[in-house]
Design a protein around this ligand. Structure first.
Ligand code: GDP
Ligand code: MG
Length: 597
């Protein structure tokens, strides 16, 4: 019954305890038997467990018997907290009526608490503040509740004090969900309007869209139509999410969150954000679309073994279905052969895509250094977008290069303000404004995106002992003094190693880069010069010395197993080597610029 459905999400700054709290909610509602329970149940991807972060929003349906004696259906949609995945957060938010805003009782409000709060506000959702981790000795729940009131305007007395660790407060949270979040609306007799908020690819079932039903009913046997493509399918099964598996149900009705199997084979035919309706009795208008996620960081992905090109393409297509923000296009590199230029939401997203490709699809890949998108205006007035540093035209042809800027918001205790400002200045940032909120300071700077891409977050954390947090948004393009630096290995320019840098920093980065390359490129039978050059001018050089001894010489006469091990280890290393001319270059080399910046 619709009256008894509650759809909600949990949002928070990263590490404030969303996933742990979700676990407790699952346990409390007995959705998961104690013996099946493992930590962070919703983080089902292997990678998510290992990294301890939530990448994909996961949905689960729970039954909760409230104090009023009625049993409610709760649909919980877990969301990621990292800034790279804001897009997933906004998709999840389109499918619910309310959110739990979790704030760590020892950390207080942080940058992504605020960013996620505004996303929920845009959807007009009921927001239930939860002050979490109150079991910790350093917890200061009352203070944090007041901070939430001060910064976000949510009354302190509405905050629930809880611990995902001990389970304290979880009952109160469940009651608040039932009492404060409204039931979904929608007429079960109306023409079907279902929003695709996610989807998975299953090799037997094909594409399985995850939907939120706004109007109408969908059941097996129904002819359905995908709004934007006009393609028609017959529904095979529908159902809901249970922890760890999909459960078939007779129908899905308004307010419900579930899945539809309809033999959709083409992954382009069930895009996230699209609407599913009935073929014979269609809805008048689709659900208003999502803001499309726009990739802002680009890198090349190449198979180590060129035979794997086709498998890489298939794998990217499958991942894309599950990750609407991923973009890719074939690309050829002189050094690396056939591969793909891929677009990501940020560096973490890029890393995760590469790891998923390697684990889930068993591919060995070489990734080039991620870069932002530059815009170039040539003397003849032509404008182009450069997604790959090696595509930057010759300096002589360029009138102007523009680079993307972001507005960075840093939230820090006041004692670190000086250090944070210095870091932002070093990153070519300009202050937009500064606010004191209690003992915290909000610093807003406009900074070239490329400058915060690599090590900014780590450095921010280290100079503030982990106390500062950040968020950023794109604010458009501005001209910059930018140059392309070519890297020559053994006298040959290697397109996949070229990078673009600010003129004043180019020398410094080039120096660090050639040193790093000289360190990671294995010694060959001959000495290998490494050079960095702007146009024809070499600005830094280093040498990989020639190899003296064979790796096996060391164990001449030694025992066989040791020799075998050495050979095996050498083979392991080889997997990630790419021959460039006569030189074998390892994966690390292509990312050297990350540590050089
Ligand atoms: P998420 O990034 O918001 O999903 O956060 P997680 O649920 O992964 O939690 C981040 C870290 O905080 C993990 O090490 C958890 O074990 C820990 N944690 C989460 N909730 C609590 C809590 O209520 N009390 C304590 N002491 N630790 C918690
Ligand atoms: Mg999590």
């Amino acid at each position: 019954m619709q009256e008894r459905i509650r759809n909600f999400s949990i949002i928070a700054h990263v590490d404030h305890g969303k996933s742990t709290l979700a676990d407790r909610i699952l346990q409390q509602t007995r959705a998961v038997q104690a013996r099946e329970m493992r930590e962070q149940f919703l983080d089902s991807l292997e990678l998510e467990r290992e990294r301890g972060i939530t990448i994909k929003a996961a949905a689960v349906r729970l039954a909760y018997t409230a104090r009023d004696g009625h049993t409610y259906t709760l649909n919980l949609i877990d969301t990621p907290g990292h800034v790279d995945f804001n897009y997933e957060v906004s998709r999840a938010l389109a499918a619910v009526e309310g959110v739990l805003l979790v704030v760590d009782a020892t950390q207080g409000v942080e940058a992504q608490t605020i960013a996620n709060f505004f996303l929920a506000l845009e959807h007009d959702h009921v927001i239930i503040p939860v002050v979490n981790k109150i079991d910790l000795p350093s917890a200061r729940p009352e203070e944090v509740a007041l901070e939430i009131e001060e910064t976000l305007g949510l009354p302190a007395e509405e905050a629930i004090f809880a611990s995902g660790k001990t389970g304290e407060g979880v009952d109160e949270i469940l009651e608040a969900i039932v009492q404060r979040i409204p039931p979904p609306k929608g007429d079960p007799e109306a023409p079907l309007k279902a929003l695709i908020f996610d989807s998975i690819y299953d090799s037997y079932q094909g594409v399985v869209p995850y939907v939120r039903i706004y109007e109408g009913t969908v059941k097996p046997g129904d002819p359905i139509r995908i709004w934007s493509t006009g393609k028609v399918y017959t529904v095979d099964k529908v159902g809901v999410f249970r922890p760890g598996h999909l459960e078939a149900t007779p129908a899905l009705t308004p307010g419900e969150v579930g899945w539809v199997m309809a033999g959709i084979r083409e992954i382009h035919d069930a895009q996230v954000g699209d609407t599913i309706t009935h073929h014979t009795r269609p809805t008048e208008a689709p659900y208003p679309g999502f803001k499309p996620a726009k990739p802002v960081v680009f890198a090349g992905l190449y198979p180590v073994d060129s035979q794997d090109y086709g498998r890489l393409r298939d794998a990217l297509e499958k991942l894309k279905l599950n990750d609407a923000a991923l973009w890719f296009e074939p690309e050829t590199s002189e050094a690396l052969g056939f591969g793909f230029r891929c677009g990501f939401l940020g560096l973490l997203h890029a890393e995760i895509v590469q790891e998923r490709l390697e684990r889930e699809f068993d591919l060995d890949l070489i990734a080039t250094a991620p870069s932002v998108v530059y815009r170039v205006v040539l003397h003849d007035g032509t404008e182009l977008e450069v997604h790959n540093p090696s595509d930057l035209p010759d300096a002589g042809k360029i009138r102007e290069v523009l680079e993307p800027y972001v507005r960075v918001t840093v939230y820090t205790p006041e004692e670190y303000v000086g250090a944070v400002m210095q870091l932002l200045q070093e990153k070519r940032g300009r202050m937009a404004h500064m606010n004191y909120i209690g003992k915290r300071v909000e610093l807003v700077y406009e900074v070239p995106f490329a400058e915060i891409l690599y090590d900014f977050h780590d450095r921010l954390k280290s100079i503030t002992r982990g106390y500062a947090s950040m968020d950023y948004e794109q604010i458009g393009y501005r001209p910059g003094e930018l140059v392309k630096v070519n890297i020559l290995v053994n006298g040959e320019p290697v397109d996949a190693l070229a990078f673009i840098a600010h003129r004043e920093k180019a020398y410094f980065i080039a120096r660090a880069m050639v040193d790093k390359l000289a360190e990671v490129i294995p010694r060959q039978q001959f000495a290998v010069p490494i050079q960095a050059a702007i146009g024809g001018k070499v600005i830094a050089r280093a040498t990989v010395k020639a190899l003296r001894k064979d790796v096996l010489a060391k164990c001449y006469g030694g025992d066989v197993s040791r020799k075998k091990k050495l050979l095996e280890r050498q083979k392991e290393g080889k997997k990630r080597l790419k021959a460039i001319g006569k030189v074998e270059v390892p994966q690390e080399a292509f990312l050297a610029v990350l540590s050089a910046g």
